[in-house]
Design a protein around this ligand. Structure first.
Ligand code: C2E
Ligand code: CA
Ligand code: CA
Length: 533
């Protein structure tokens, strides 16, 4: 990735880092505001329902007392009791006594005018008759009231009592009978909505109004509020959550900048290191598992910074691949390998060194041409340089086929590295011209364990055999792993059980030592089995 692309990526990450937490904040604030407002309105509807019950049940209690009193109708005692109950019952405006279809007397006294007994609109479960829009007809009461009649007595209640609830000023309330006859309301901004809710009680919202209903056998309460309240609640939630969103945005931006700067500085540092050729090679011995002989090594690049700190190849190789620095690095690696190992390779013709190639090196074929040029005049045979092609990142499979076929024609042995770690392994295995398969360390780690990977190792060995490839196991750390690989006739292996990757001089000593120990002088040595001629 070019510097400009990295900077563009940083900018994008910073913008996203800022936008995403804020978008999340808006979303969360909005949902919380909706839930909070809906809950609040539902609470108000339920309180209204309770209020309606209190107004009605207060009246009912008074009516029962009157019916049970047994006092002679409209006698002075009867009138006194009616008056005192009218006073004691908060919701009662008037108490009346009916006989012969008309009002005979009330808490105001004897009634002369003809006030007919009301025809009820609704009968409650208690057997009380509810009549809406009743004119008092006695005393000095005006307006229309709700009559609750039980037996011969009735009580008149001001409808306002049913909706007399402390609520936000913009909340409107209504109470109705369960079959939807409106008893009282604070005029609704949307009468159509109210009528719908009286027919089908539910809670929800329209674009302009939030609504909630609560009902039982006796009463139905409706509460509505304009969505403006929602906007206010949203603002409240937003300001409450803003510090959290801001911290999230700042953290996301900081993390983005930190990561990109690290990447950018690693990229710059790597570019300088490649220019200054600040790399060395380590060599990890490759052992013929059958005999224990050291047949060669894998060359592994090492980068130590000027301050002495080491950077792991699995950190800087991907950066080199992304930034196009890999070509120069691969060339440098080849120079180092040829100069470090020339003497050993000429001395022991059966020995080889494996060089790792990146996907780009493989697809373009450039690395191979460079290698051929570099080998000229060194006395090293192409057969002594193995190439490890990683399947990681190979996009141009056709290009890879062509250049690997050319490599084999030139005499190199070609192995597929990191096999099984990618997702399209089998496809590569069948399409690429190969000599060997390196069994990735993760599969070797699973030997003798009960992990899901464990049986795969055996399949990989079988598959390699079917395809006529020889196998090199990497990352052998225990003798149990070695024993298993030997029992499965895996040809070669490397790992800490034999040796860690060593600096050139130490590897040469190791190789010599091992040769002596396993009783083969360089002159007697043959090429390891399985290598293409
Ligand atoms: P790789 O090609 O799979 O190399 C094997 C890695 O496993 C090496 O890590 C090696 O040191 C490590 N290893 C070997 N035996 C054992 C063991 O028994 N136990 C454990 N825990 N590890 C073991 P290293 O040297 O850090 O290399 C990491 C990767 O970097 C390599 O993986 C390879 O993909 C890349 N790399 C290294 N050198 C080069 C190079 O010169 N060119 C390119 N293109 N890539 C390279
Ligand atoms: Ca390798
Ligand atoms: Ca590997």
């Amino acid at each position: 990735m070019k510097r400009v692309s990295i900077i563009a990526a940083i900018a994008l990450a910073a913008v996203l880092g800022a936008i995403l937490p804020m978008a999340a904040l808006l979303y969360v604030s909005w949902s919380r505001a909706q839930v909070a407002e809906a809950d609040r309105l539902q609470g108000t509807a339920e309180r209204t329902l309770q209020r309606a019950h209190r107004a009605y049940e207060g009246g009912l209690l008074a009516l029962r007392k009157l019916n049970q009193s047994g006092l002679p109708p409209c006698s002075p005692e009867h009138l006194r009791l009616m008056r005192s109950l009218a006073l004691a019952t908060t919701s009662a405006e008037q108490v009346g006594y009916f006989a012969e279809g008309r009002l005979q007397c009330s808490s105001w006294g004897q009634v002369d005018a003809l006030v007919p007994e009301p025809t009820p609109d609704h009968i409650t479960a208690d057997g009380a008759a509810i009549t809406l829009g009743v004119s008092p007809g006695a005393g000095d009461l005006t307006g229309t009231l709700v009559s609750v009649q039980l037996g011969r007595h009735d009580i008149l209640i001001d409808p306002e009592r049913f909706v007399d609830v402390i609520a936000d000023p913009n909340v409107r309330l209504a109470v109705a009978t369960p079959d939807g006859r409106l008893i009282a309301q604070q005029p609704m901004p949307d009468p159509e909505l109210l009528h719908r809710l009286l027919r089908e009680p539910e809670s929800g919202h329209t674009p302009r109004t939030l609504y909630a209903t609560a009902h039982d056998q006796e009463w139905l309460a409706v509460a509505t509020a304009p969505c403006v309240g929602l906007a206010t609640a949203f603002q409240q939630q937003f300001w409450q959550l803003l510090p959290l969103g801001a911290v999230g945005a700042v953290l996301a931006i900081a993390a983005g900048i930190w990561l990109s700067r690290r990447r950018l500085s690693l990229r710059n540092e790597l570019a300088i290191a490649v220019r200054r050729r600040e790399f060395r090679m380590h060599y990890q011995p490759i052992i013929e598992l059958d005999t224990g002989i050291c047949v060669g090594a894998e060359a592994l690049v090492r980068w130590s910074r000027a301050d002495g700190t080491q950077v792991r190849p699995d950190l800087f190789i991907p950066v080199a691949e992304e930034t196009g620095l890999i070509e120069a690095l691969t060339d440098h690696v080849m120079d180092l390998v040829l100069s470090d190992m020339r003497e050993l390779l000429i001395h022991d013709r059966s020995a080889h060194i494996a060089i790792n190639l990146s996907a780009g090196d493989v697809s373009s074929g450039r690395a191979l041409k460079v290698l051929s040029g570099k080998l000229v005049g060194t006395g090293i045979h192409p057969q002594q340089i193995w190439l490890e092609a990683t399947e990681r990142g190979i996009l141009d499979i056709q290009g890879a086929r062509t250049s690997l076929a050319a490599a084999r024609r030139a005499g190199h042995c070609v192995a597929i590295d990191d096999f099984g770690v990618g997702y399209s392994s089998l496809q590569y295995l069948q399409q690429l011209p190969l000599d060997a398969l390196k069994i990735d360390k993760s599969f070797i780690d699973s030997i003798g364990t009960h992990s899901a990977t464990s049986p795969v190792t055996s399949h990989i060995i079988d598959m390699a055999r079917t395809l006529g490839l020889f196998t090199v196991a990497e990352g052998i750390e225990t003798s149990a792993q070695l024993a298993y690989l030997q029992s499965r006739q895996v040809e070669f292996g490397q790992g800490w059980l034999f040796s860690r990757p060593l600096p050139a001089a130490e590897f040469i000593a190791f190789h010599e030592e091992r040769r002596k120990q396993y009783g083969k002088a360089p002159e007697d040595m043959q090429k390891p089995a399985g290598i293409a001629e």
